[in-house]
Ligand binder design. Structure first.
Ligand code: AMP
Ligand code: ZN
Length: 466
């Protein structure tokens, strides 16, 4: 089965046909960098990382771009509150964001462009909109004239009359029409600003993505993604801006993830129930968090609770144990290159099942079911007393291949096998007996670095993984 992607724009699953064969241009709206990210923000971050990894596993070359909004009203307010400059605030939280997403196993983006590095492109973009009459200046602000863009509302499936003016959109007397949105904001005294043909100011939020997508990826891209709350107004406005200028579709596939709730409630500042990713990963293994995120289809809401995390941890442990056992048995396996052809066929069928499910609009929960089928086959095989290296290796390679997409296996086990740890502990005891303290310390440091902790007990030294 070929890859099918649910497109928010057409409200249908469509066959994925990239603009250029073998290549994917993908843009995911990134964070406003004024605070630490919470577990809800982790959903698009992890899901689109998996989309990118899966496309790469299918031999696509993916250009994956995600931006930083490093200047806007929230940034200005927060910088004032903390008595720092806007660039200082941005630096702090860009650093924190990159640290947090690395901690949850997210691969680095091809590029992370920032608004403040693209002001000229943004100004140029707005200038074209003004020139084409899609935008107008009003007392130092510039607004988009939504009535001129006939397709406004096509992504969120609303027409202009249905939009609830003045509820989500502030009514402003500078606007010709309440649903018009700001492209350039005049600076208030003391605010950070850039020069422009309309005076000193800064870009509105939506325009940055239109300018950066065009600059870094081109007029039409393959996939544009984000959380479903971005559908309207953010992505609707991006479409209006870009398509007014280029006359081409901005993206061929619009993808949006559903929300993560906590204990069946919306995460919100007023409820105070947000959990930061950096706090969560101190308490649970990041792989468990990824597994939990992928245990639901991305277009379904997902509920975060102690119970659902516990279930995720237990399920993941079954996969991790099988993986560790396969590697453990490799040390004593007999050497043979033959693999029972029936087993090879069964493994191939499981791989096909995994690919089919991922091809069905990235159905990660069903793809994980295929991983469990492989684990069941592996566990069955491991019950035998005599095992063959080639068979073990087949299972190991396949689990690793699945994991290239999912990123749910602990890498610690990859680095040190149990018997290697035990050997190091024996070496350390010997070193201490012969008063070779340097060697003993070196071994302890190595083990600590790999997340292995030693404990002296009356029965001897015990070890455990972090
Ligand atoms: P924000 O910080 O609200 O601008 O959100 C940054 C990204 O995280 C956007 O793609 C949002 O759609 C997404 N997001 C925010 N909250 C949640 C949530 N509870 N569940 C899933 N995605 C979310
Ligand atoms: Zn955007």
């Amino acid at each position: 089965m070929t890859l099918k992607v649910y497109n928010t724009l057409t409200r249908k699953k469509e066959e994925f046909i990239p603009i250029e064969p073998g290549k994917v241009k993908m843009y995911v709206c990134g964070p406003t960098v004024y605070n630490y990210i919470h577990i809800g923000n982790g959903r698009p971050v992890i899901f689109f990382d998996v989309v990118r990894r899966y496309l790469e596993s299918q031999q696509y070359e993916v250009n994956y771009i995600t931006n930083f909004t490093d200047v806007d009203d929230k940034m200005i307010r927060k910088a004032e509150e903390l008595a720092v400059t806007v660039p200082e605030l941005a630096e702090t939280f860009i650093h924190a964001f990159l640290e947090d997403i690395a901690a949850i196993g997210v691969h680095e983006a091809s590029m992370n462009p920032r608004v403040t590095e693209n002001i000229q492109e943004i100004v140029d973009f707005i200038a074209v909109l003004v020139e084409k009459d899609y935008a107008y200046e009003a007392r130092g602000d510039v607004y988009y004239r939504t009535s001129k863009f006939a397709d406004y509302g096509k992504l969120s499936n609303q027409n202009l009359d249905e939009l609830q003016y003045g509820i989500r959109i502030e009514v402003d007397d500078r606007k010709e029409s309440p649903q018009d949105f700001v492209l350039w904001k005049a600076a208030k005294p003391g605010e950070i600003y850039w020069d422009s043909p309309w005076g000193q100011g800064r870009p509105g939020w939506h325009i940055e993505c239109s300018a950066m997508v065009r600059k870094y990826l081109g007029e039409t891209i393959d996939i544009h993604g984000g959380g479903h709350d971005l559908t309207f107004p953010h992505h609707e406005c991006e479409i209006a801006q870009t398509e007014a200028v280029t006359g081409q579709p901005m993206a061929n596939y619009w993808m949006h993830n559903a929300f993560l709730n906590i204990d069946n409630e919306k995460m919100s500042k007023s409820l105070g129930n947000g959990i930061l990713i950096r706090d969560l990963v101190k308490q649970i293994k990041p792989e468990v968090f990824r597994f939990f995120m992928l245990s639901a289809h991305y277009r379904n809401p997902l509920n975060f609770s102690d119970e659902s995390l516990k279930q995720a941890a237990n399920a993941l442990e079954r996969i991790q144990n099988a993986y560790d056992n396969l590697k453990h048995r490799l040390a004593t396996a007999s050497d043979s290159s033959e693999v029972d052809p029936q087993l090879t066929d069964r493994v191939a069928a499981i791989v096909a099942q995994f690919v089919d499910k991922m091809n069905d609009d990235f159905n990660t929960p069903d793809a994980i079911t295929a991983v469990f089928e492989l684990v069941a086959e592996a566990n069955l095989y491991l019950q035998q007393e005599r095992v063959h290296a080639a068979v073990l290796q087949l299972f190991i390679n396949q689990l690793q291949a699945f994991d290239q997409t999912l990123g749910i296996l602990s890498q610690l086990a990859d680095e040190l096998l149990d018997e290697e740890i035990e050997q190091l502990i024996i070496d350390r005891t010997e070193a201490r007996k012969s008063k070779n303290w340097a060697r003993a310390d070196e071994i302890r440091d190595l083990l600590t670095e790999k997340g292995i902790y030693l404990e002296d007990t009356p029965q001897g030294i015990r070890w455990r993984r972090k």
